[in-house]
Design a protein around this ligand. Structure first.
Ligand SMILES: Cc1cc2nc3c(=O)[nH]c(=O)nc-3n(C[C@H](O)[C@H](O)[C@H](O)COP(=O)(O)OP(=O)(O)OC[C@H]3O[C@@H](n4cnc5c(N)ncnc54)[C@H](O)[C@@H]3O)c2cc1C
Ligand code: SF4
Length: 509
């Protein structure tokens, strides 16, 4: 048996645009797809993520075979210890002369692959990942010589480059950004449309059983598995979103709701990140919905900014600053993660709901990740690497290139402001304004100290006080710091003492 080229397709590269697949004719290649324990367990990945990837890989392998590819598929039950071992077996069996792979999305794996040519005894070609809209070189060119790498300016360049929502060389409607229209809180103003769920077929049912058996200690309630595992099913999810949720997406983008984990969000990051959807057609479909009058400009712009702006920007930032980025801890945050991060058993209603759905479903929307969970971790000074591992573990869409800048940079301000112009720290007042959790909570969002006070309140001031020196260099923090400093010493002491007590009792909150 002899196939000259082995093509390794990683679990997050399940796209026909995968550059490795476009390099060689099907009859000369053998494609390797491998379910490997090491990749599923280097953090405690949610069973939703593992099941989504394994099932999507098996479906993709079937499609590849239909297209005439020879596929070597290694299942988790075969207990192959690593991706390298999987490749070794196939390269030897098929007497391959080279291996090609699209570059992995995580620094960790890319480093490992450096040694593969020697370990495998054949040349290994690692191809640039063309599935993103800005290459690593594009980002470095943009970043070069800039003092600050603000997403807004990157985003404007991307809008011009891809001609999305443009009128000639000007932004559609005259403004680049309609964020100010997109901040409404949730008071049950309208019905949230029920989401149809993708069909769970025989292959997915098998995978779900296997994942329960092989990953008994991982989070994730797979009785609620509701993810698409093929391109067509992911496209159907996007179609449903554009038709039914997009018109309200902008308005309620920052809202928090007791009744729904999804609200009007897209639920597409998991598909974009593993190759089942590609970012440009997604943006074009949303723009087309606006052009035919189906949604407002602020809804379409708000959505396109996330995919064309934030998603590409965080990836650029990740590769621009790795490997040092992962070690940053600018605020020296080291408090151990409370046990309830792994159960959701806290009486803080907003946090309990966000944690439980993250653990059970593998999903929380952006404001839950940033302003409920991330904000708590920031103001309580939780240990940065532990928080990052938690985020990388629990979400169905989590890969280090996107998780790390969002968690370490945006949520925890541990990069000292490379990503965010100020810390996303907020008191309970913000959470109360954005949603309806507080009425169901044992704590009172109006109280800062004393029995029943919302923990976010005193912890917020504790955060401001303990970082006042660093924050005083930030013009955007001037007003808040000024207000805090104007308060009497006694007043400040009462708040800080209560916050200390809150931190001492963190496990019991
Ligand atoms: C602390 C923290 C951790 C996060 N970790 C991840 C992660 O591991 N994986 C991940 O894909 N996203 C992550 N995000 C970004 C964002 O929260 C998710 O992309 C979004 O919630 C996914 O749900 P959705 O598809 O319904 O998004 P929507 O609200 O419908 O947004 C549309 C799309 O925009 C993109 N997007 C929006 N915001 C961001 C962002 N800040 N960075 C990158 N892409 C963005 C996503 O592809 C998303 O699907 C994180 C955000 C925070 C604050
Ligand atoms: S009172 Fe505080 S802890 Fe309770 S839901 Fe509101 S913000 Fe969250």
């Amino acid at each position: 048996m002899n196939r000259q080229t082995a093509i390794l397709v990683l679990g997050d590269q399940l796209s026909w645009q995968n550059p490795a697949l476009n390099q060689v004719d099907a009859e000369h290649a053998v494609v390797i797809l491998a379910e490997v324990g090491e990749e599923a367990t280097y953090v405690r990945h949610n069973r939703h993520k593992i099941a989504l990837l394994f099932s999507a890989m098996r479906h993709f392998a079937a499609r590849l075979r239909e297209q005439g590819y020879q596929v070597e598929y290694i299942t988790i039950e075969q207990s192959v210890p690593s991706l390298l071992a999987a490749c070794e077996g196939v390269v030897a069996q098929w007497r391959c002369e080279r291996l090609i792979v699209c570059e992995p999305g995580e620094y960790r794996l890319r480093e490992c692959m450096q040694n593969w040519p020697e370990q495998l005894g054949v040349p290994v070609e690692c191809l640039a990942d063309t599935r993103f809209l800005a290459s690593q070189q594009d980002f470095s060119d943009w970043a070069d010589g800039r003092k600050q790498l603000r997403m807004e300016y990157f985003y404007r360049d991307m809008r011009k480059r891809y001609r999305l929502l443009m009128e000639g060389d000007q932004p559609e409607g005259g403004k680049w950004n309609y964020d100010a229209d997109n901040r409404s809180g949730w008071r049950g103003q309208r019905d949230i449309p029920p989401r149809p769920e993708p069909v769970v077929d025989e292959m997915t049912r098998d995978v779900v059983e296997t994942v329960y058996r092989c990953f008994p200690d991982h989070p994730g309630d797979l009785s609620a598995f509701r993810w698409a595992v093929t391109h067509e099913a992911a496209q159907a999810e996007l179609d449903w979103f554009c038709e039914h949720a997009l018109p309200a997406f902008g308005t309620y983008q920052d809202a928090l709701a007791e009744e729904s984990p999804w609200l009007f969000h897209g639920l597409i990051s998991m598909y974009l990140n593993c190759g089942l959807l590609d970012p440009l057609p997604v943006c074009e479909q949303v723009e087309a919905a606006y052009r035919r009058g189906h949604c407002s400009l602020s809804a379409a712009e708000g959505f396109i900014r996330q995919v064309l702006g934030w998603r590409e920007y965080v990836r650029g930032l990740y590769w621009h600053h790795m490997p040092d980025y992962s070690k940053l801890n600018a605020l020296s945050a080291m408090t151990p993660l409370p046990e309830w991060f792994w159960t959701g058993d806290t009486e803080m209603r907003c946090l309990s709901q966000a944690l439980k759905q993250s653990l059970d479903l593998g999903y929380a929307h952006h404001i839950q990740r940033l302003m409920v969970i991330g904000n708590f971790a920031l103001i309580a000074g939780l240990d940065v690497p532990a928080v990052c591992d938690w985020y990388l573990g629990v979400y169905v869409d989590a890969y280090e290139w996107v998780e790390l800048p969002n968690t370490l940079g945006m949520a925890l301000f541990a990069d000292g402001g490379i990503m965010a112009s100020k810390p996303y720290a907020a008191s309970g007042k913000y959470i109360q304004k954005q949603g309806d959790h507080c009425k169901a909570c044992r704590y009172d969002p109006k109280k800062v100290t004393g029995e029943g006070a919302c923990p976010y309140n005193s912890l917020y001031w504790h955060f401001i006080d303990r970082h006042k020196d660093l924050l005083s260099n930030n013009p955007r923090m001037g007003l808040i710091l000024g207000g805090w400093r104007k308060r009497s010493d006694d007043d400040r002491e009462v708040v800080l003492n209560w916050a200390d007590r809150t931190l001492e009792q963190i496990e019991a909150l």
